[in-house]
Design a protein around this ligand. Structure first.
Ligand code: ADP
Ligand code: MG
Length: 274
C-alpha cells in the first residue's frame, strides 16, 4: 500500500520557486490500478518520481509498504518495490542486445547468472518478445522497445509499477499492446499507477486521480469522473467517446441511463429503447 501525507514538492532554481505538488493526501491499495490524468505541468511526473524516491518530499511524507521514502536507509528497499516505465523508450534502453537490456537491472542486484537468464526469458515471454531476444533494440518499433523496457521491470519483480505516459510516443497499435500488457500485469496482482493523457486508457483503471496545479482535484472511479461531462469540459478534458455520445443522445431526448461509460453499455441501452 502507498500513502501520501501532506506531500509537497517545491522546485527551486535561479528563476525562483515552483510548487509542483501542493499538499497531497491519498492512499493506494495493494493490487489497485490507478490512472493519473491532468494537463501539462499539473505535477504528474513529479508525483511519479516520488513513488520510488527519485525525488524526495520538500515537506510531508510518502510511504511505500510502510517505508518512509525520505528515510535514506529505505532507499533500496523502496526501489525493490517500485518499478518505473517512462515515456521515451529510447532513453530507457541501455544495452545493445534485447536480452542484455532486460537483464541490466538484475545484474546490478548481483543475482546469479542462471537465475538472471530464467527471469529474463520469463519476462520476455510475458511481453511477447521472446523471438527478439538476440535483436538490437534500435531495430525495434517504439511499441516493441517499450515492451522491452517493461520486461526489464517485470524481471525485477517489483510489486508496484509506475508508468509515466508510456504510450505517448506510440502509434495506436503500440498503445493498444501496452495497455493490454498493463491490464494483464494488474490481473497478475501488481499495483499499477498509470499516467496518461488518453482518456480511453484512463477509463480502464479502477480509480482516477485528476491533477491540476499540483493538486489532486478529483479522486474517483472512471465512471463518476467521465460521466460528469459538463465538469470535465469545464476543466478542459475530453471524455471517452461512448460517454460523450450518450450525453449527446440524451440531449436529443433519448432516454438513456445516467452513467454510461463504455461502448458496450451504450449499445445495450440503445437496444432497450427500441
Ligand atoms: P506533468 O508531468 O504533469 O506535465 P511535471 O511534474 O513535469 O508535470 O511538472 C510540474 C511543474 O513543475 C511544472 O510547472 C514544471 O514546469 C515544473 N518542473 C518540473 N520539473 C522541474 C525542474 N526540474 N525544475 C523546475 N521546475 C520543474
Ligand atoms: Mg509529465
Amino acid at each position: 500500500m502507498i500513502r501520501a501525507q501532506n506531500l509537497r514538492h517545491v522546485y527551486k532554481n535561479s528563476s525562483g520557486e515552483k510548487v509542483a505538488l501542493d499538499d497531497l493526501n491519498f492512499s493506494i491499495d495493494d493490487g489497485e490500478f490507478v490512472a493519473i490524468i491532468g494537463t501539462n505541468g499539473s505535477g504528474k511526473s513529479t508525483l511519479a518520481k516520488h513513488f520510488n524516491a527519485l525525488l524526495l518530499p520538500t515537506s510531508g511524507k510518502i510511504f511505500v509498504d510502510g517505508l518512509d521514502t525520505s528515510d535514506e536507509k529505505n532507499l533500496w528497499r523502496v526501489r525493490e518495490k517500485v518499478g518505473m516505465v517512462f515515456q521515451n523508450p529510447d532513453s530507457e534502453i541501455v544495452a545493445a542486445v534485447v536480452e542484455d537490456d532486460v537483464a541490466f537491472g538484475l545484474e546490478n542486484l548481483g543475482i546469479e547468472p542462471k537465475k538472471i537468464r530464467e527471469r529474463v526469458d520469463l519476462a520476455l515471454d510475458d511481453v511477447n518478445m521472446s523471438d527478439y531476444k538476440k535483436f538490437a533494440p534500435n531495430k525495434l518499433s517504439g511499441g516493441q522497445k517499450q515492451r522491452i523496457a517493461i520486461a526489464g521491470v517485470i524481471a525485477m519483480r517489483t510489486k508496484i509499477i509506475v508508468f509515466d505516459e508510456p504510450t505517448a510516443m506510440l502509434d495506436p497499435q503500440g498503445r493498444r499492446e501496452i495497455l493490454e500488457l498493463v491490464k494483464r500485469l494488474h490481473a497478475q496482482g501488481k499495483t499499477i499507477i498509470f499516467i496518461t493523457h488518453f482518456m480511453e486508457e484512463a477509463a480502464q483503471a479502477q480509480r482516477i486521480f485528476l491533477m491540476d496545479g499540483g493538486r489532486i482535484i478529483k479522486n474517483d472511479t472512471p465512471r463518476e469522473i467521465f460521466t460528469d461531462m459538463r465538469e470535465m469540459k469545464r476543466l478542459g478534458f475530453d471524455v471517452p467517446i461512448a460517454a460523450e455520445m450518450a450525453e449527446r443522445l440524451r440531449r436529443k431526448n433519448f432516454k438513456l441511463p445516467k452513467k454510461i461509460l463504455t461502448a458496450e453499455e451504450l449499445v445495450a441501452a440503445l437496444k432497450k429503447i427500441k
